[in-house]
Design a protein around this ligand. Structure first.
Ligand SMILES: *Cc1c(COP(=O)(O)O)cnc(C)c1O
Length: 362
């Protein structure tokens, strides 16, 4: 078969190890997975009850327009219904954007250490990829501007950034947006938006309404704790949305996801509680790092990237054998760091104990 050549150079996405496989391999009773930035507190009870009581027929196709969820989102975000596009997770939106704008004659810009799916999709579309080295875990936006060429169609900005957890302050983002030519789409991926506490963070929704070439991506997979049902959304002016819509699969949002997300949105108290508990969890890790003189990246997310100054896989394996799955920095471009999702207070405490044991054996 005549596959796209670039497809043969790719491997499928490597998710965090599954709990079941680790249990069997190491014969452990309990496994704690702090590898995929999932919410350790689950999801809103209201969303859960809605799913349990749900009367949606499984024989019927989902609402392709996601009417109820769309209405709720529009009113919650104070934007028009035609300024929203829904995705089967924000991964799906990244795919749609790539499909719509990238091709072998186009170039695209991203940071060297950022979410893997921008590059993955750009490779599939055959686009020229320009990766700009980051500066201490942060995007080099000046470098992004310098990388722009006549073929540039999409720029990917991940803030807060995965895997570093760092964010771009408003004072850097605005001058950047001012300088990007209007025919280039800037994608601002805010998967961790709800966790942000930084005071000099920007108001991305009003930016999306001001800049005609900006799309903001958010998701129900992280703080809302609904990763299993796959709901993400994009916010941009209606002409961007209109242009993207044909690249969306007709029924990309399943019925259960629509139902759960609409309920979850109404439960902002749950979101607020998770945000507070997350800051407390981060403080546990910061204290551990400070006590042991380990470098970490200050985080605006629900994970922290810690540099252990040894082979990342060594730390990863040590934790795995003791029942904790984290993410080795090796595949993320940080060969001596480990990315840890903030868990419940007990989970964090347990993991930190094992890390201390690791350090004392070193
Ligand atoms: C988790 C994550 C996503 C994907 O989220 P889904 O909505 O589950 O597809 C997108 N971008 C970043 C930066 C992420 O960390």
């Amino acid at each position: 078969m005549r596959w796209k050549e670039q497809l043969l150079t790719l491997t499928p996405y490597q998710p965090g190890k599954s709990i079941e496989s680790v249990k069997r391999q190491y014969n452990l009773e309990q496994i704690i997975k702090l590898a995929s930035n999932e919410n350790p507190f689950g999801c809103s009870q209201a969303a859960l009850s809605a799913l349990k009581e749900n009367s949606t027929s499984l024989a019927i196709y989902p609402d392709g327009y996601a009417t109820i969820l769309r209405e709720k989102l529009a009113s919650f975000l104070q934007v028009g219904e035609d300024e929203i596009i829904l995705g089967n997770g924000s991964d799906n939106l990244i795919q749609m954007i790539s499909r719509a704008l990238l091709h072998p004659g186009a170039s695209t810009i991203m940071s060297t250490h950022t979410f893997s799916q921008y590059k993955h999709n750009a490779v599939i579309e055959g686009a020229v990829i320009k990766e700009v080295p980051d500066i201490d875990g942060e995007h080099d936006l000046e470098g992004f501007l310098t990388a722009i060429d006549d073929q540039t169609n999409v720029i990917w900005v991940c803030s807060p950034n995965n895997p570093t957890g760092t964010y771009i302050p408003e004072s850097k983002l605005i001058p950047f947006l001012d300088q990007v030519p209007e025919h280039i789409l800037v994608v601002l991926d805010e998967a961790y938006y709800e966790y942000v506490v930084a005071e000099d963070y920007y108001d991305s929704i009003s930016l999306a309404r001001k800049y005609p070439n900006l799309i903001v991506l958010r998701t129900f997979s992280k703080v809302y704790g609904l990763a299993a049902v796959r709901v993400g959304y994009g916010i941009a002016n209606s002409s961007i949305i209109k242009a993207l819509e044909p690249a969306r699969e007709p029924f990309n949002l399943n019925s259960l996801g629509q139902l759960a997300a609409a309920e979850a949105l109404s439960d902002q108290e749950f979101v607020e509680q998770c945000k507070q508990k997350n800051r407390q969890g981060l403080a546990q890790y910061y204290e551990f790092c400070e006590n042991n003189s380990l470098k970490f990246y200050p985080s605006q997310t629900n994970f922290v990237l810690i540099d252990f100054q040894v082979e990342a896989n060594e730390v990863f394996q040590y934790l795995l054998e003791r029942g904790y799955i984290v993410r080795s920095g090796k595949a993320l471009g940080f060969p001596t760091a480990v990315r840890i999702t903030v868990g419940s207070p007990e989970q964090n405490e347990g993991l930190i104990k094992v890390l201390e044991q690791f350090l004392s054996e070193k």
